[in-house]
Write a protein that binds this ligand. Structure first.
Ligand SMILES: Cc1cc2nc3c(=O)[nH]c(=O)nc-3n(C[C@H](O)[C@H](O)[C@H](O)COP(=O)(O)OP(=O)(O)OC[C@H]3O[C@@H](n4cnc5c(N)ncnc54)[C@H](O)[C@@H]3O)c2cc1C
Length: 468
């Protein structure tokens, strides 16, 4: 029996895709920047089928590239162009919520569950699954954990890693590591789950996760605020952090990004005129109805206005207005893509260094690419501002990348020099391996390589990713 027939015998023929048209969507990443050539796409429906397929691939010397919602921004879910023969193993059919326990404040979900589905299951039980970002309607739990995703609420509840209680993982040798525990305390040796979180599929395949839930938010206040500068935004940030309310989102958006979103977005309603250089999207919450959240928001904004740190502000008056504010933020990546090609980055600096980071990047871009357009938008509350350098109108992708590709290492170097990271929340995949080689501590790299060769000595799990 050949490989495809053997795989079909394990999963059913409908779940082994080998026709070029069926494979095509799995052969390119969301940005259209990374292209691969998988032998087939395998779609197991159970953990046991994943394990059997991993065993089959081992016997046939075929590499495995796990895929979730394929919204990753580092090319991790696509085989490398010149890599060894590989299949894409899509987790999309492992999409059951196995348990929701409101008393435990926990949920157990399979890797292929869409993040938004998990949010909805938690809400139905009166709980909050707090992670939130623009691709949550497509990204899956396995991808979220494998990239250690962040998003707009990292400042309050941390990254994906911080939500995890336990994992179920199929190891590269086909064994199932059953560490799907919901206990809050377990000091029985190494916390192995943390090896697989953020590993981008290079150490094994996550098949299910037990994750923490939070109490549902009883009150939320959301504001769209015009500020004169990133320094003023940070002064506002300090005020809201000291206000007594829980700050659950604090996003900083350059005017250029707002213009682009207004230009290309569908159904976008800007709460304020776009006449200021910077805007902040700010959300406060409280777990009890009695907290005077609106009064706190109004007081903070009024005092910031008196101090000159806020120029104008609109507070959402309804759930529809709140959703409209977040739609602006969430639609920006797609609108930026429509505006034209750009060199993108994903760095983080200490929160206090955000203004200096933006100043240095702006100066460096102006000196080397005065024709480029700088876009800056991101999670100011955790120091992760996504800066990109967009091509002038009419310049195509290949020509712009040819001219401005150096913008990415330049931004990485500025972030690192300010005590930051060259990879904040999107991971390394295949597109950031050069930055690992440049900036990652050599002892850390050596330790990672030892872990990789201990778990995956034949380098079959997502080869050509993460490690330079
Ligand atoms: C519009 C847009 C906005 C975004 N905003 C944010 C943001 O604010 N914050 C943020 O952090 N990210 C953001 N992202 C990036 C992306 O959504 C996240 O990286 C997300 O976590 C990827 O999940 P996915 O299911 O799409 O994973 P995929 O893209 O399918 O895979 C990502 C990596 O994980 C591996 N993988 C997938 N599933 C498994 C599994 N079960 N076991 C082992 N490895 C696996 C893949 O091999 C790959 O290396 C955004 C993306 C888009 C398109």
């Amino acid at each position: 029996m050949d490989f495809l027939a053997a795989a079909a015998a394990l999963t059913g023929p409908a779940n082994v895709l080998s026709a070029p048209d069926d494979i095509a969507p799995y052969a390119v990443d969301w940005r259209g920047a990374c292209h691969g050539n998988p032998i087939a796409v395998l779609r197991p429906g159970t953990t046991q089928q994943v394990a059997a397929l991993v065993g089959l691939c081992a016997a046939e010397h075929i590499a495995i590239v796990p895929a979730g919602g394929r919204t990753g921004l580092a090319g991790g879910a696509v085989p490398t162009a010149n890599g060894p023969p590989a299949v894409v193993l899509s987790l999309e059919r492992l999409n059951r919520i196995r348990a929701v326990d409101p008393l435990d404040f926990s949920i157990v979900a399979e890797a292929g569950c869409v993040v938004q589905t998990v949010q909805q299951a938690a809400a139905a039980a009166g709980r909050l699954f707090p992670i939130q970002w623009g691709a949550q309607g497509t990204a899956q739990i396995g991808g979220m954990l494998s990239t250690n995703a962040g998003g707009i609420r990292t400042l309050r509840w941390g990254n994906a890693r911080d939500l995890v209680l336990g994992l179920e993982v199929v190891l590269p040798d086909g064994r199932v590591l059953d560490d799907l525990r919901r206990v809050r305390k377990d000091n029985s040796g190494y916390a192995l789950r943390h090896l697989f979180i953020g590993a981008e599929g290079t150490l094994g395949i996550i098949t299910a996760a037990a994750m923490r839930l939070q109490p549902a938010l009883k009150r939320v206040e959301t504001a769209f605020v015009a500020v004169p500068s990133p320094d003023a935004a940070l002064a506002l940030f300090a005020r809201v952090m000291e206000s007594g309310a829980e700050v659950i989102a604090f996003e900083l958006c350059g005017r250029y990004c707002m213009d682009v979103t207004a230009r290309h977005g569908v159904g976008i309603r800007m709460p304020l005129p776009l006449v200021h250089p910077w805007y902040v999207m700010l959300e406060l919450s409280a777990a009890h109805e009695s907290v005077p959240l609106r009064a706190i928001m109004e007081t903070v904004l009024a005092s910031a206005m008196d101090a000159g740190d806020v120029r104008d502000a609109a507070i959402a008056e309804s759930e529809a207005q709140r959703a409209a504010i977040w739609k602006i933020r969430e639609d920006y990546p797609e609108c930026g893509r429509k505006e034209g090609p750009s060199v993108t980055t994903d760095t983080a600096v200490p929160v206090s260094a955000v203004p200096e980071f933006l100043r240095q990047v702006e100066q460096a871009f102006a000196a080397r690419w005065p024709e480029g357009r700088m876009a800056a938008i991101g999670h100011a509350g955790d120091g992760n501002i996504h800066v990109s350098l967009q091509a002038p109108e009419g310049v195509g992708r290949a020509a712009w990348l040819d001219r401005a590709a150096d913008a990415e290492p330049l931004v990485n170097a500025i972030a690192v020099s300010l005590g930051g990271s060259f990879s904040a929340e999107h991971g390394i995949g295949q597109s950031k391996r050069h930055a690992m080689a440049t900036h990652k501590d050599t002892v850390a790299l050596d330790t990672m390589r030892r872990v990789k060769s201990a778990l995956d000595p034949d380098n079959r799990m997502n080869p050509g990713k993460v490690l330079p």
